[in-house]
Design a protein around this ligand. Structure first.
Ligand code: ZN
Length: 216
């Protein structure tokens, strides 16, 4: 049998930070199995979904848990700074309940460059400063899977590969815990990455953050 390649880090190697937003969901368990098959660790920016208890499984499997939001409702989350932090601390409490730890990593709903918050002018400019003042680290991405605009697995795999080609590090964005076609795109990306000299790592406060330009 062909041995399965594993993601053992080597100093100086090119790095991919897989990130998964909006879960946990119905595909969290197969996603964890797939990542485990290749010994790949990833970062999960979680929400207060009906599958939130799976945060414990993700954490125990050695992945990193970051905060996304309790409620993925732009109008509520970006209604005010107070509303944003109320939601952020609510998802932090949920994560604490299942892991015993309080994460400091976060990803804004829609990313820091979102314009869905434009009903509240300037709020992203204010929030991006405020979260850092409070000791949090926010992460955007520099490789988009496009899994919000296509349901075609092969297209998603190719988007990830094209986006990563030539990059020293990649922070990829996927929604594989809630979208089967995105889950199915990962294995091809992992195999391509391992063949092309990349390894995989989880985000820490010291990782590159790929901050986007603020549009609001
Ligand atoms: Zn999201």
């Amino acid at each position: 049998a062909t041995p399965i390649p594993t993601a053992t880090p080597v100093t100086g190697q090119k790095v991919i930070y897989l990130t998964f937003d909006d879960g946990p969901g119905i595909y969290t368990k197969p996603l964890l199995e797939l990542l485990d098959k290749y010994n790949v660790k990833a970062t999960f920016f979680v929400c207060g979904t009906g599958y939130a208890h799976l945060i414990e499984d993700i954490y125990k499997a050695g992945h990193t848990i970051g905060m996304h939001c309790k409620y993925h409702d732009y109008n509520k989350v970006y209604a005010s700074e107070e509303a944003y932090f109320e939601d952020l601390y609510a998802i932090q409490d949920i994560i604490f309940k299942y892991t015993g730890t309080r994460p400091t990593l976060l990803r804004f709903p829609g990313g820091s460059s979102n314009t869905v918050s434009s009903f509240n002018p300037g709020i992203m400019s204010r929030l991006t400063k405020l979260v850092e003042d409070k000791g949090f680290s926010y992460f955007d991405w520099n490789v988009s899977s496009g899994d919000t605009s296509t349901k075609d697995t092969e297209t998603i795999t190719q988007n990830l590969i094209k986006g990563t080609t030539g990059m020293r590090y990649a922070i990829s964005l996927q929604h594989s815990e809630i979208k089967e076609y995105s889950l199915n795109a990962i294995e091809g990306y992992i195999l391509w990455a391992l063949e092309n000299g990349y390894t995989f790592a989880t985000l820490t406060p010291d990782s590159p953050k790929s901050h986007h330009r603020i549009n609001n």
